[in-house]
Design a protein around this ligand. Structure first.
Ligand SMILES: NC(=O)c1ccc[n+]([C@@H]2O[C@H](COP(=O)([O-])OP(=O)(O)OC[C@H]3O[C@@H](n4cnc5c(N)ncnc54)[C@H](O)[C@@H]3O)[C@@H](O)[C@H]2O)c1
Length: 316
């Protein structure tokens, strides 16, 4: 049987994710849902009509859902569910400003996912990311390895782009890594950043690296400020779609994701940005990397910051 993946929320993030997933041509079905009547069906029809040009056989199914759970039959038996439902930021807003409104949406969606797709791996992208991932796990009651969040892939990709631009080299020769939270406590790992295998610190002065890190940390806000309505979706959807593909193919690819950390790095009981091997069971295992003293201190600080907020979401 071919794989079935559902994308909840047919806004910018959700619709571009559905497009990427369909164009991979590895899934039998991509289901796209939204509460806006007709929008997911219309987008699905449009995507299906691109199949002969793009050369993929995956079928896209659109389904309008109600907050009462109507329409959720369409997601039945999904192997993977990507949750993109929720409001994006407006200029000047922080991700944390979305906490209450998105918590209601994500909790409602997660409860329906648990009911209709009880064996799914859940990939959360709604913001604030670390908190919404923790909330989706609470609301589904799925084992923690089966609920993961997307942030690190995107932050890393942004950092990589900025380094490649700065040094005028192909993005393919740049490797970067960011851990921690998707926000102010993002932890860049300079010791794991290389260009053609050479340490980034040999190629750029410390102040320049710090400048690129700051731009990466504010990477989402920079796009929001330019767009004025809505937030980034091309790079974010690429990140989430790659995670879903790794699950579908049980590839074991090591990716920076938001995953449950329980003892690794001396940190316990929190959803946090770390590297994990991604496969059919979600986060198969956390992959540890050597961190300098200050990088480890940054990661622990990020853990404490998100731990406090994640405790709050339980009551939302
Ligand atoms: N994790 C990341 O790296 C990252 C990056 C970019 C954006 N985001 C977040 O992703 C989310 C979506 O962004 P977007 O640009 O697609 O926003 P958008 O406004 O374009 O789309 C959101 C969609 O969710 C739908 N929706 C709302 N409640 C729903 C529900 N109960 N069930 C199903 N659908 C529902 C809305 O109708 C809308 O179509 C936002 O919270 C944004 O902050 C995360």
């Amino acid at each position: 049987m071919g794989k079935k993946v559902t994308v909840v929320g047919a806004g910018f993030y959700g619709s571009t994710t559905a497009q990427r997933l369909a164009e991979y041509d590895v899934f039998e079905t991509v289901v796209l849902t939204d509460i806006i009547e007709g929008k997911p069906e219309g987008l699905a029809l449009d995507l299906n009509q691109s199949r002969s040009i793009e050369g993929f056989e995956t079928k896209v199914i659109g389904a309008t859902t109600g907050v009462d759970g109507s329409g959720y039959e369409a997601i039945a038996g999904s192997d993977i569910v990507v949750i993109t439902a929720g409001l994006p930021r407006k200029p000047g807003m922080s991700r944390m400003d979305l906490l209450e409104v998105n918590a209601k949406i994500v909790r409602g969606v997660a409860e329906q996912v648990a009911k209709h797709a009880p064996n799914a791996i859940v990939i959360v992208v709604s913001n604030p990311l670390d908190e919404m991932t923790a909330l989706a796990q609470l609301a589904t009651q799925f084992p923690k390895n089966r609920v993961i969040g997307q942030a690190g892939m995107l932050d890393t990709a942004r950092f990589t782009h900025f380094v490649a631009e700065e040094l005028k080299v192909p993005v393919g020769s740049v490797k970067t890594l960011t851990l921690g939270s998707h926000g102010d406590t993002m932890v860049p790992v300079p010791s794991r950043c290389t260009v053609d295998g050479k340490p980034l610190s040999d190629l750029l002065p410390a102040e320049k690296i710090e400048e690129l890190v700051t731009r990466t940390r504010n990477g989402g806000a920079e796009v929001v400020a330019l767009l004025k309505t809505g937030s980034a979706y091309y790079a974010p959807s690429a990140a989430a779609a790659r995670m879903a593909k790794a699950v579908a193919e049980d590839s074991g690819e090591v990716m920076p994701v938001c995953a449950w950390v329980d003892g690794e790095y001396g940190i316990s009981g929190v959803y946090l940005g770390v590297e994990a091997a991604i496969g059919a069971t979600g986060a198969k295992n956390i992959v540890l990397t050597d961190l300098s003293e200050s990088e480890l201190a940054g990661l622990k600080e990020a853990a404490e910051a998100v731990r406090a907020k994640q405790a709050d979401v339980a009551g939302l």
